[in-house]
Design a protein around this ligand. Structure first.
Ligand code: 5GP
Ligand code: ZN
Length: 114
């Protein structure tokens, strides 16, 4: 989608520290990390929020979680534990309107989130 930051990152028009990519998703380091490991996993397809996911995205969402698990292993946070977060729309703090999943690890997290 034109003007979308994460579409530009997925397409390579804007640089990011990409750690994984395949035909459906791209993962890269968050520019403002909130934990020692803070990756974003995005679909290549432009979907504005997780509320816009449709039946056709069922397999994609499963794929994203499998990629998250593999990256957690690869980045050494799987054993101690990690968090996968998707902020949906303003009240949850979504700032980039291309759906994405944060993979966070390497420190202790509180609950409930603020
Ligand atoms: P949200 O607040 O929408 O859930 O998450 C958006 C995330 O994207 C934020 O954690 C923010 O730091 C990250 N971000 C925003 N702009 C860029 C960028 O240009 N490059 C990278 N790598 N991350 C970005
Ligand atoms: Zn986009």
């Amino acid at each position: 989608m034109e003007g979308c930051l994460f579409c530009k990152i997925a397409g390579g028009a804007i640089k990011a520290d990409v750690v994984y990519q395949d035909d459906r998703v791209v993962s890269f380091r968050d520019i403002n990390p909130q934990a020692p490991v803070h990756l974003l996993i995005i679909p290549r397809e432009h979907i504005s929020t997780i509320s816009d996911l449709q039946e056709q995205h069922r397999e994609l969402v499963g794929h994203i979680f499998l990629v998250a698990g593999k990256l957690a292993d690869q980045f050494g946070i799987a054993r101690e534990g990690y968090r996968v977060v998707a902020n949906c729309r303003e009240a949850a703090g979504q700032t980039v309107f291309h759906a994405h999943f944060h993979l966070l690890g390497g420190r202790q997290f509180g609950w409930p989130p603020g």
